[in-house]
Design a protein around this ligand. Structure first.
Ligand SMILES: [Zn+2]
Length: 501
């Protein structure tokens, strides 16, 4: 019987979003301690993959639950919250013996006091446990690996898919790596190669596009018996922190990493100018959608993607939608706006209201005056599986469906997944009935919408998740960094290259 400490601290941070993440944002998704970590949340996301550990190990496992803290993508953790979370993770370990640790982290998470939440937690746990206890952590493919993260964990395991549909198998791969360390007491070598490279997700999916063949190589390399982990972490780009950039990470048991780090880094670097997505400005969007036969046309409102941590209340595209007639069912979108939701609930179904919608958190747009009729009052709550979650209970609070001309807006109280049609279905709307449907997701929405969409379009504008990275105003990122600086060779960035273990 092995005793394994287990936990999850998972949220993607967008440092441009001025709304800081508070404890209540984690409470919405459920804070679990002790037995609740695996007892209550053991069939969600990476934790459900961790549950395979006894099977892979061939031995019973006693779980010591530390903390399960999950929140939707958003702003930096409010001052004081990081300390509370780290204390909640480390306190249960005092005076306890454990054989190993399995953690589910994001890897691109920042707090007011520390730009590297994942590194801070890994470091605190490795200090609390000592070097003899193996520590394995899983990460999102958009993690920003730091020197501290690489040094503090024995093995880091990343998603192999974008759109993200491998949360469970990622957890299983984490369990496989920890099982190996527990069985053999062997410690792997680690190679982590930092690239001074930042891209939005344009053409960087794993199933198609410019990196698809590289991902096949990475996945095949990790399947080798002497390899515990391989991944390219493509870094959440709206994260203005030091050491921001892509990282190739490999954990292996032999003399050399399975893939030549410099060669793979060069292959990634060669794609730096790659663009394949024509981003339309809001004013261009409706005319382009109307040219596509059939419905719905699924549209990425990339600059306000709640999946990238933007607030979900930009009005730049909403305004453009209201300015044009949209036949064949009109447009369907959503907006995070608790004030307007409250106003609709006070007025009741069928009321005609003058609302000031959205634009309160998003620094790039203003509240949009909208004369709208309340069609439905309810709640957006459902279980997310597919891109962005597995068996993840989502609650975006009370919801008011309002219509203004050809536009239907689902007003919600809280942010949440912007990639899933389930959001609309939760309030009785079928996205197939509309000509245009908005997803606040840069790319992962394809997973959910492509099976039934007549077309896919991408809209880009100023916003907390703008695809135009040069407009994002970076101040803290290590420089030089492409494309913020025009550099031709990676060697021009002395801060990048091999991270010392
Ligand atoms: Zn991601």
């Amino acid at each position: 019987m092995k005793r394994i400490a287990v936990g999850q601290l998972l949220q993607e941070t967008n440092t441009l979003n001025p709304l800081q993440t508070q404890r209540r944002h984690f409470e919405i998704y459920g804070l679990g301690q002790g037995e609740a970590v695996m007892g209550r949340y053991g069939d969600t996301e990476e934790l459900s993959g961790f549950a395979s550990l006894p099977q892979v190990l061939g031995e019973k496992v006693e779980w010591l639950g530390l903390l399960r803290a999950r929140a939707w993508s958003g702003g930096v953790l409010v001052p004081g919250l990081l300390g509370e979370l780290v204390e909640a993770f480390t306190a249960p370990l005092r005076g306890q013996q454990v054989d190993g640790v399995l953690l589910s982290l994001h890897g691109a998470q920042a707090a007011a006091e520390d730009p590297d939440v994942s590194g801070c937690l890994l470091h605190s746990l490795s200090q609390a446990l000592g070097p003899q206890v193996p520590l394995v952590a899983t990460l999102d493919l958009h993690a920003n690996l730091t020197r501290r993260m690489v040094q503090s964990a024995d093995v880091l395991i990343g998603y192999h898919t974008f759109p993200h549909i491998d949360q469970v198998s990622c957890g299983q791969r984490g369990a496989r790596a920890l099982a190996h360390l527990l069985r053999t007491s062997e410690r792997p070598q680690v190679s982590a190669w930092k690239m001074p490279l930042l891209t939005n997700s344009d053409g960087r999916t794993t199933d198609r596009g410019v990196l698809a063949s590289l991902w096949k190589e990475l996945v095949a390399a990790e399947a080798r018996a002497d390899v515990l982990s391989t991944a390219v972490y493509m870094a959440q780009p709206w994260l203005d922190v030091p050491e921001l950039g892509w990282t190739l990470y490999q954990a292996y048991l032999g003399e050399r990493p399975p893939l030549d780090p410099e060669a793979v880094a060069q292959a990634c670097w060669q794609t730096r100018a790659h663009r394949q997505t024509p981003f339309l400005r809001p004013a261009e969007l409706v005319p382009a959608a109307l040219k596509i036969a059939g419905r719905p046309v699924a549209v990425s409102e990339s600059h306000d993607a709640t999946n990238s941590g933007a607030p979900g209340d930009s009005t730049l595209l909403l305004e453009a939608l209201t300015e044009t007639a949209i036949p064949e069912g009109g447009a369907l979108t959503f907006c995070v706006d608790p004030l307007s939701v409250a106003q609709c609930f006070r007025a009741g179904v069928s009321a005609l209201l003058s609302l000031q919608v959205g634009g309160r958190i998003d620094p790039y747009s203003r509240p949009l005056p909208l004369r709208a009729r309340v069609r439905y009052l309810g709640r957006v709550a459902y279980t997310l599986s597919g891109h962005g979650g597995h068996n993840l209970p989502v609650d975006m609070g009370r919801a008011a469906v309002v219509s203004a001309g050809d536009v239907t807006v689902v007003l919600v109280e809280e942010t949440g997944p912007g990639s899933s049609p389930r959001l609309y279905e939760a309030v009785g709307l079928d996205p197939r009935d509309f000509k245009i449907v908005i997803a606040k997701s840069p790319e992962g929405f394809r997973q959910d919408y492509e099976p039934f969409a007549a077309g896919i379009l991408y809209c880009g504008a100023p916003g907390c998740a703008t695809p135009y990275l040069l407009e994002a105003g970076f101040r803290s990122a290590s420089r030089p960094l492409y494309p913020l600086d025009q550099i031709d060779e990676m060697s021009q960035a002395p801060w990048a290259g091999e991270l010392i273990r």
